[in-house]
Design a binder for this molecule. Structure first.
Ligand code: AMP
Ligand code: MN
Ligand code: MN
Length: 319
């Protein structure tokens, strides 16, 4: 796919990514936004996302992100990044009513794409790596490079997860050659946590329970606890990967209450369990080693339902 070719003649171009945007979602949307702004000065270009966390304040033009979704007029081209159509939240109608719908993604649960033009590669580390590929060397500058590097670093757990490939590292090497302060970028957006975030992480670890011969671990944060700490979804990122890091754990489950008998579920696996398959079964999706969904019922019901699938995989050996 050639980005500029796809946008030729378009007067109004929109970009969005999934709800509760993470580093890759924000990095890929902003990288593409900065690139199109630079290359297509005549076009009206808009980027829509749920309000990015304050840590992303270091990304150029993040203040341009529209989180009010007041737009009424249709777009000529609309990009859905790091997402399927039904995770775009309030931007979903913009995507669906656009003349041309372009989907760029790396989720295996979205292998066919949801646009009329699709660039989906489930082998890619991140959507930011895909945007890097599409922009190519000639189109980069320091600010675009910074946004894309951040996205790649976040989705690879700083180049640690198995989705990291030689191509990922070559992309990262090229991106840091643009001279931004990558150590600081990663410290500020990935490692640094507020006191509240650390407290709630501690609470989640303290209350975690291992089961299935200690091959699984689960932790649940209910509404009351979240309210006690004043914690929102953005304060809970990273908890599930800490649970997954426990020695001997094959599969980690983290739940937090989003409504009456409704839980956001995050799943991570070390080597054996295909969590994308489990999350997809329950109406969500993601990657083989990291996936999510929303489930209803008591926390007990949710854990029991998930456990059945995990156990079947662990004992049946399917991956
Ligand atoms: P999370 O556990 O929310 O950090 O998500 C892990 C991975 O699964 C990320 O790549 C998410 O984009 C993806 N994911 C989470 N929830 C869903 C969902 N409901 N549908 C599709 N993908 C999801
Ligand atoms: Mn994402
Ligand atoms: Mn991603």
């Amino acid at each position: 796919m050639n980005l500029l070719e796809e946008c030729r003649g378009a007067g109004r171009i929109g970009i969005s990514g999934h709800i509760r945007p993470d580093g890759d979602c924000i990095g890929s949307c902003m990288g593409l936004y900065l690139y199109l702004k630079k290359e297509l000065p005549e076009a009206e270009i808009r980027v829509f996302l749920e309000k990015p966390a304050d840590i992303y304040g270091c990304i150029s033009r993040i203040e341009d992100v529209d989180s009010a979704y007041g737009e009424q007029k249709n777009f000529d081209v609309f990009f859905a990044l790091d997402s399927v159509a039904d995770r775009l939240g309030k931007a979903q109608p913009y995507f669906e009513n656009a003349k041309k719908r372009i989907n760029i993604d790396h989720h295996i649960s979205n292998a066919n794409g949801c646009g009329n033009v699709n660039y989906v590669d489930p082998q890619a580390s991140s959507t930011s790596e895909l945007v890097y590929r599409l922009i190519g060397n000639d189109g980069l500058d320091q600010e675009i490079a910074k946004a894309l590097y951040m996205g790649i670093a976040h989705d690879t757990g700083c180049f640690q997860y198995s989705c990291t490939t030689p191509e990922t590292l070559r992309a990262a090497a090229d991106l840091i050659s643009y001279g931004f302060d990558f150590s600081r970028l990663i410290e500020e957006t990935f490692f640094e946590k507020t006191y509240l975030q650390m407290q709630i992480l501690g609470r989640a670890l303290l209350e975690s329970i291992r089961f299935m011969d200690d091959r699984c671990v689960v932790s649940v944060l209910n509404r009351k606890t979240l309210d006690f700490y004043g914690a929102g979804p953005q304060d809970l990122e990273g908890i599930v990967s800490q649970l997954r890091s426990i020695k001997g754990v094959e599969c980690a489950i983290f739940l937090y209450e989003t409504g009456a008998q409704e839980y956001k579920v995050s799943l991570r696996s070390s080597e054996k369990v295909n969590v994308a398959a489990i999350a997809s079964y329950f109406g969500g999706g993601g990657h083989v080693r990291a996936a999510g969904c929303t489930m209803t019922g008591t926390a007990h019901d949710v854990i029991n339902n998930l456990s059945l699938h995990i156990e079947r995989q662990l004992d049946g050996g399917e991956a």
